[in-house]
Design a binder for this molecule. Structure first.
Ligand code: ATP
Ligand code: MG
Ligand code: MG
Length: 553
């Protein structure tokens, strides 16, 4: 399907398949259900599920890595599934929960103890930390390292039964306190947590550590290639140690790739949760969030997210990707696919003096000039029309080509209108309406001699206009790298990231639009109806997806 050079992971996999090491590939996407998925996760999803589509017989598991009960919740389990499907991927029947393996993890731990490869450490967390040493200094053995197998089995049983308090003991692997790799200095395998788990309830008082559980989960599911982000590179020796020293049905291989980061946003779930909890955004799916559900609500097409992810490739080097690149892919997709519609955000009324009272004429407008097959639609025109307030100026400077005294304009897809006069509010000085005359025979024709008309503006007939609420979204942060901002990411929020326009006027066909309908408002930008608050024919609510052109910085 895909041409060109394969990324390094696909090269490794092609090699493994060619050598006959595996018959096919089994990958997994293993989110922890402690938040919604973000655009960074999309890289891991596209890679793992993409591989399942590329190789015959291959599959990708969706596995919830729910071994830390404190922050996990069923509502996240549901949202994650919805987002993966929306992005265009399917795990079929291969849905798994790490919590289903709790007995297996426990049995593996008992086996390690019996083999003399794990022990219960009763030191305080501080003592354990001191004993680990640091990058320059070797660690020292715990006084509990040589406790007998029987004693360890008994203590571990007590941990399991809730007879030892939180933080009072951990089960540690007996590896090497002098290893240059800190992860190998007798890492913790189990800790005590008297917490309620979203699936196993209060059954367990001990929970496995990620580094112990993850390789066992992979091995149990016969994952061939366990693909994870770069921060786990140093954990790979421990991953392999667990697989080698525990009774596992297979030996998966871990390969790391770089995380996706984006400018002008934060990506860690903890920080995104802060934004939700502090009420900075309306929820995980707020259109300003870098979450998949936020981007969906903003009007980003799943195709454009996949295009963006593919365009960045799979590498070994972490970097910060320009948000503008994502927006460019979103825009390109909409340019090719979205209907053109007219909406006036800040309406100014024009009265066509020479138009008969009650006359309505239908203008034929192209739905998408990029795609003639999208056809045309009829847009009604009556005696009064709304145009954008800034498409008229009382005193037009030299380069202003729109409506002004002495200057005509064209209604997009319609007639040329010549300026006649305008009225103002005597108190505020604001222009209240403009009188114009239409020039018959000018639809699709040039202006007659002596008429200056250089611009075609969008418009909506007053009698046919539909009221709409329009939410103009912008970046959530003013800084390119909010994570690195002095004082923290909460200190560089963009105060103008949302601007709600209540009195906008849109063309009548939009009253029929359902939820999540995307279109271009001509000359304004790309918009979509809100997934939650828009009600067809009742309450019209559009979100700005992206501007027509990239902003200059
Ligand atoms: P966060 O740090 O944002 O909370 P996480 O890595 O803790 O994310 P998980 O739910 O554990 O989130 O992630 C599931 C999978 O998605 C993991 O394999 C992880 O490596 C991958 N992943 C998460 N964030 C990114 C990212 N920014 N780029 C690429 N892959 C990512
Ligand atoms: Mg995590
Ligand atoms: Mg093994």
């Amino acid at each position: 399907k895909k041409e060109g050079k394969k990324d390094f992971i696909r090269q490794i996999i092609a090699g493994d398949l060619a050598k006959g090491k595996h018959e096919t590939t089994i990958t997994r996407f293993p989110p922890e259900p402690n938040g919604f998925l973000h655009i960074g996760h999309a890289r891991a999803i596209c890679l793992n599920f993409g591989l399942a589509q590329e190789n015959p017989g291959a599959r990708c598991h969706l596995r919830f890595d729910d071994t830390n009960p404190v922050k996990e919740d069923t509502k996240y389990v549901e949202a994650i599934q919805e987002d993966i499907k929306w992005l265009g991927y399917d795990w079929g029947e291969h849905l798994y929960f790490a919590s289903d393996y709790f007995d297996y993890f426990y049995d593996c731990a008992v086996q390690l103890i019996k083999d003399g490869k794990a022990y219960v450490d009763l030191q305080s967390p501080e003592e354990m930390k001191a004993g680990r040493g640091n990058v320059k200094e070797a660690g020292t053995n715990s006084p509990y390292r040589d406790t007998s197998v029987e004693e360890n089995l008994e203590l571990f049983e007590k941990m399991k039964n809730g007879e030892i308090g939180e933080g009072k003991a951990v089960l540690r692997a007996k590896i090497d306190m002098e290893s240059p790799n800190m992860n190998m200095r007798d890492p913790a395998l189990y800790r005590i947590l008297h917490a309620h788990h979203h699936r196993t309830g209060d059954k367990w008082k001990i929970y496995p550590m990620y580094d112990f559980a993850h390789p066992l989960e992979d091995a149990k599911e016969c994952i061939t290639h366990s693909l994870c982000s770069l921060e786990f590179e140093d954990h790979r020796p421990l991953y392999d140690w667990v697989v080698q020293n525990c009774p596992t049905p297979s030996e998966p291989r871990q390969i790391e790739f770089s995380r996706l980061n984006l400018t002008y946003t934060v990506m860690s779930k903890r920080k995104l949760l802060d934004l939700v909890n502090e009420g900075i955004v309306a929820g995980w799916d707020d259109p300003r969030m870098p979450t998949l559900s936020g981007m969906r609500r903003r009007g980003y097409a799943p195709e454009s997210i996949r295009t963006f992810i593919e365009g960045r490739g799979i590498t070994k080097f972490n970097s910060n990707t320009d948000f503008a690149l994502l927006e460019a892919d979103v825009r390109a997709h909409l340019n090719a696919n979205a209907d053109r519609r007219m909406a006036v955000l800040e309406p100014l009324k024009l009265v066509i003096d020479n138009w008969e009272e009650g006359r309505v004429e239908e203008m034929e407008c192209m739905n998408n000039p990029e795609n003639p097959e999208a056809g045309t639609r009829k847009v009604p025109l009556g005696k009064e029309v709304y145009i954008e307030r800034d498409d008229f100026m009382e005193e037009a400077p030299k380069k202003y080509f729109r409506l002004a005294p002495g200057q005509a304009i064209r209604l997009r897809g319609g007639y040329i209108l010549n300026y006649v006069s305008h009225e103002k509010d005597p108190e505020t000085g604001e222009v209240t309406q403009v009188h114009v005359e239409y020039i018959p025979g000018t639809i699709g024709q040039n202006a007659p001699e002596g008429i200056k008309c250089k611009a075609a503006v969008h418009w909506v007939s007053v009698d046919h206009a539909v009221d709409a609420e329009i939410r103009l979204y912008d970046r959530l942060f003013t800084e390119e790298n909010p994570d690195g901002f002095e004082g923290g990411f909460m200190k560089c929020l963009n105060p103008e990231s949302l601007n709600v326009i209540k009195g906008a006027k849109v063309e009548p066909i939009l009253a029929e639009a359902g939820k999540e309908y995307s279109c271009q408002f001509e000359r304004v930008g790309y918009f979509c109806t809100d997934k939650e608050d828009h009600e067809q024919g009742e309450k019209i609510v559009f979100n700005r997806t992206v501007e027509l052109k990239a902003a200059k910085f």
